[in-house]
Design a binder for this molecule. Structure first.
Ligand code: UN1
Length: 518
């Protein structure tokens, strides 16, 4: 199937914003962005950007839509989400392929990403029959104290290129069962995936009598992003992306006292203790560090390894990396992300390759030693780089490792005592994901200490890598990661407003705190 046939199958070509590749022409137009396949440079299609007027049309529709949707019983809203989940499941392969073509992640990961939408839809359907509020005993005789959760309003969802479908799914499926309408502003690096997913959700909801639950605006941060975050009609803005973007969103939404749900950068570490199963650790680290070509917010960027196992682990990792890169004439596993053999696809852009090169050069300046990889790959056509391991100097002093570079670079540090390893792990600005490998209960409990003195991250795994979280848990992190929680557990509460109610069923006047008045 050609890419244009794929876009037709998924309804993207019916979107009035879609511009066929042939019609884009050589002269770049400011109001049209081209979506390119990062593995080949092929233009998949163009998108005519929304202007202020188009934004207004969509937002008015969703604002009015909210007033209708909130009155639909939650279990009925759940049935709509169930039908959307089923339709997404039906198109899982095609959507996964589109993710692969547009952002370059390998097919298994592209399809896996779509599976995340199916999974969260399942969770949301169940939730639609719960959305539970608490009741508390009242201190006043004959009184009831309780809370209920109410629909919040239209929700703005800003997503990044690296999870161009799943992150919308986490937000949109929950928001929809909560009674909210959803405006999606996708990354301009992945607009076609957004058009495809939104088309499915809108079509299914419309067929079921709810045409104004889902909307999509495609535009630049300056024109559309700023308008959205300043728009008081959105009580909640959920944003995924860089810490810089998150600071801007937090300050503008904060100014109008709106709510944000932020899922920003990560600089995730794996600690491998001396009692660890080193083979298990190695496999998890390789997936965590080179999966999605190092472009997940949960990517393993730092390895903190006990000195007693450092050498054996390094050897295992270097061997695995060499197989992926392909040394001594052997074919590697980097390349066409649609091929089943491939493990590492391209970075998203030429700019991303430059950032990779800059980070490796900086590491070199800081006396880090490149153990394997370190180069951009120029003969494959797209934006490819070698997965890279950099060993820090003996002093463990490598400032570049404090930064999140969206590329497959793993910085390796060595430690002698566990407290020192945990402190090293916690020393970065971000606090998204973390992991420890150990066979010892005391060691893992130190890492998960209930007084909070262990990992300072939103995710802390034991004998599981930093990336690849299941949707059932709350996803997000602390510090510069932004503090938001999406997807499972009680993350749904972000999409609703809480109302606390005291009911006097006794008919006599009574005050709390024992106050006697009059
Ligand atoms: C992201 O990179 O923004 O845990 C999200 C994971 C995926 C989600 C990553 N389930 O790696």
């Amino acid at each position: 199937m050609t890419s244009i046939e794929l876009l037709q199958t998924l309804g993207v070509t019916n979107d009035p914003r879609f511009v066929a590749p042939a019609a884009i022409g050589k002269n770049a137009r400011r109001d049209i962005v081209a979506s390119e396949n990062p593995a080949t440079g092929e233009v998949l299609g163009g998108v005519r950007l929304d202007d202020a007027e188009a934004y207004e049309r969509t937002v008015s529709r969703l604002a009015a839509g909210f007033r209708a949707w909130r009155s639909v019983p939650a279990p009925t809203r759940g049935q709509v989400v169930r039908a959307i989940g089923e339709e997404i499941r039906t198109h899982r392969q095609a959507l996964g392929r589109l993710v692969t073509l547009e952002v370059g992640k390998i097919l298994a990961e592209g399809v896996g990403e779509i599976q995340e939408i199916v999974d969260i839809a399942d969770l949301a359907v169940g939730l639609s029959r719960q959305l539970p509020g608490m009741t508390m005993p009242s201190e006043r005789a004959g009184h009831r104290l309780m809370e209920q959760w109410l629909p919040l309003g239209p929700v703005g969802v800003i997503t990044a290129f690296n999870f161009p479908a799943a992150v919308w799914g986490w937000n949109a499926m929950l928001a929809a069962v909560c009674g909210d309408t959803v405006l999606w502003k996708p990354s301009l690096l992945a607009p076609l995936t957004a058009m495809a997913c939104n088309a499915i959700a809108s079509r299914v909801a419309t067929e079921m009598g709810h045409p104004d639950v889902f909307g999509l605006v495609i535009g630049s941060d300056a024109e559309i992003g700023e308008r959205l975050i300043a728009d008081r009609r959105f009580p909640l803005i959920s944003a995924t992306g860089s810490c810089r973007m998150g600071r801007r969103v937090a300050s503008v939404v904060g100014q109008r006292l709106g709510r944000t749900l932020l899922e920003l950068g990560g600089n995730n570490a794996v600690i491998v203790h001396e009692d660890a199963d080193v083979s298990l650790a190695a496999q998890s680290i390789v997936f965590g560090a080179i999966g999605t070509a190092g472009q997940r917010c949960t990517t393993t960027r730092r390895l903190i390894v006990h000195e007693n196992v450092a050498e054996s682990l390094r050897e295992k990792l270097c061997t695995a990396y060499e197989q992926v890169i392909g040394v001594n004439g052997a074919a590697g596993r980097i390349g066409d992300p649609t091929s089943e053999r491939t493990l590492v696809g391209p970075l998203i852009s030429g700019e991303a390759v430059k950032m990779f090169e800059r980070a490796v050069a900086q590491a070199d300046k800081e006396r880090g030693q490149v153990l394997v990889g370190g180069r951009a790959i120029t003969d494959l056509g797209g934006h490819f780089v070698q997965p890279t391991i950099v060993l820090s100097p003996k002093t463990n002093d490598l400032p570049i490792a404090m930064e999140e570079t969206f590329a497959p670079i793993l910085y390796v540090f060595t430690y002698t005592n566990l407290d020192e390893a945990i402190a090293m792990q916690n020393s970065v600005d971000q606090g998204l994901s973390s992991a420890i490998f150990t066979e010892g209960l005391r060691v893992s409990e130190r890492f998960l200490a209930p007084d909070g003195s262990g990992s300072d991250c939103g995710i802390a795994n034991v004998n599981c890598g930093t990336s690849g979280a299941e949707i059932g848990g709350a996803f997000g992190g602390e510090k510069d990661t932004g503090g938001g929680r999406e997807s499972g557990s009680d993350s749904w509460k972000a999409y609703m407003r809480r109302q606390t109610t005291a009911i006097n069923a006794k008919g006599t006047f009574a005050l709390a705190q024992g106050i006697v008045f009059g």
